[in-house]
Design a protein around this ligand. Structure first.
Ligand code: BES
Ligand code: MN
Ligand code: MN
Length: 461
């Protein structure tokens, strides 16, 4: 009988083709026009779990998109791992910047992916990474080598803030009980530099509206006397950072912890080439909060960014108009001990306070998320570290990431367990951007590594 790894080898082509199949379904959670496709994707996930041999599967309805649950209990004496992932994807826009249609996956070689990468929305975030878990299970199960009990919880609303997953976890706390949560929705440093994510930033997301005159006006007839809401908004936004790149909202940094010199020195040891980084992004300079390195600014420091801004005339040619309204979407990434509730409130108070006379300012909070950090002195970290070392031939580096997965802090709160963030993407895989892709190497490396996690976890536990 074939062992787990031989099983994967023997089924490589099918494992890849099935991923391409799920990538063809446009499961854009943010856009109601795609609701049917989101559901189809959930059904596809369930079907693949069934085919892989997961003994019990069920689709749970929520107020939003469905959650796919799977359960495979081997022996109550063995530890239980809950696998979390998401089958929803970000909207593919702007479509004109894709080199091939976002939901028609194609395989192309790149400098960082000489073995080829799959180009499609969701290839890396998170269909490709989520699907590795179903395939790893399939190989282990077929080989009769499952060393623990498994539960799968695959949601369809991660990209829109996981609003219904929290209540689901609380309601089905018994059913979901586990010893650890395992997820692949983060990155490694490079294909020859494995890492384990030990921190995620939190998020506070806000929309603002500035209203001036009761209608759009002729900018010649009224300009100069009537406050222009776009001028007002951009001035307010510009004032949110000082000349040192620090955020000016009072009390914003109150709960932020400074890392020790040792911790920062340790971080600096991980390989990072600033020239390659800038070149890949087409920029010639980096900038941010003074006193911190680029990698610190994107992981251990909080930030504030405008995600979108609009108002007035944006069509072809010129139209002389003094607009009535201006809007912006603003996100703040948070670090441990900051909370989205408090930061959102501080933002709101400050933004209202700096509103110039002559305009009305309204602040509408969107979803938020708590930051998370995981310790490295645990059985689960050790198991993940051993698994990656086994398959990469190199000990993984613990790393704090800049992204957010809001539900992770809730897992600890509700289930009382830690999460292992064992992702296999690269930061350069263009998740959320046009031409998102996922390395074939990374896909199969994940499928190869996951079984070792179970193995070492069951052994060490
Ligand atoms: N998988 C990402 C988060 C991520 C990416 C973490 C890379 C670490 C490295 C996730 O799907 C995501 O995009 N999260 C959102 C937050 C969510 C509330 C929309 C994010 O970070 O913007
Ligand atoms: Mn994701
Ligand atoms: Mn995402």
């Amino acid at each position: 009988m074939q062992n787990t790894q031989e099983r994967t080898q023997a089924n490589k082509e099918r494992y890849l083709n099935e991923l391409l199949e799920i990538l063809r379904i446009p499961s854009v959670s943010a856009d109601p026009a795609f609701a049917d496709d989101v559901r189809k994707t959930a059904e596809f996930v369930q079907e693949k779990m069934n085919q892989a041999g997961v003994s019990h599967t069920k689709i749970y309805e929520t107020a939003g998109h469905p959650i796919v649950y799977g359960e495979h209990l081997v022996d109550p004496a063995l530890p239980t791992v809950l696998v979390y992932g998401h089958y929803d994807v970000q909207p593919p826009d702007p479509l004109n910047l894709w080199h091939s249609p976002p939901f028609e996956p194609v395989i192309k070689k790149t400098d960082l992916h000489p073995e080829g990468a799959i180009f499609a929305r969701g290839a890396c975030d998170d269909k490709g990474q989520m699907f590795m878990h179903i395939k790893a299970f399939e190989s282990m199960n077929a080989a009769g080598e499952l060393p623990c009990n498994l539960k799968f919880m695959i949601e369809g609303e991660e990209e829109v803030g996981s609003v219904n997953l929290g209540p689901f976890c609380k309601k089905y706390k018994e059913m979901l009980s586990c010893d650890v949560v395992l997820l692949s929705d983060t990155s490694i440093i490079a294909n020859d530099v494995p890492s384990i994510t030990i921190g995620l930033r939190g998020l506070s997301y806000i929309e603002v509206k500035v209203t001036g005159p009761n209608k759009d006006l002729h900018s010649g007839v009224y300009g100069g006397a009537v406050v222009n809401p776009i001028n007002a908004l951009t001035k307010m936004i510009a004032s949110l950072h000082d000349e040192n790149g620090r955020i000016t909202i009072p009390e914003f940094y109150d709960d932020v912890q400074e890392l020790s010199k040792e911790d920062r020195d340790e971080m600096a040891k991980a390989p990072f080439d600033i020239e390659t980084y800038m070149k890949g992004l087409g920029v010639t300079e980096l900038n941010g909060e003074s006193g911190y390195e680029p990698r610190e600014r994107t992981s251990i420091r909080p930030t504030l960014d405008v995600n979108g801004i609009w108002g007035g005339y944006i069509g072809e040619g010129a139209k002389t108009v003094l607009p009535s309204e201006a809007f912006a979407k603003i996100s703040m990434r948070l670090v441990p001990y900051q909370t989205p509730e408090k930061i959102t409130q501080l933002f709101q108070e400050h933004f209202e306070a700096i509103a110039p006379k002559g305009v009305k300012v309204e602040v509408f909070p969107h979803h938020g998320g708590q930051p998370a950090v995981t310790p490295t002195d645990t059985v689960e970290y050790k198991a993940a570290s051993m698994a990656l070392e086994k398959t990469f031939g190199r000990k993984p580096i613990p790393e704090r990431s800049g992204g957010s997965i809001p539900i992770v802090s809730l897992f600890e709160e509700v289930f009382g367990v830690k999460s292992v963030l064992m992702g296999f993407g690269l930061n350069t895989d263009d998740i959320h951007s046009p031409n998102e892709h996922y390395g074939i190497f990374n896909y199969f490396k994940g499928i190869e590594t996951i079984p070792y996690f179970y193995h070492y976890y069951a052994q060490e536990k």
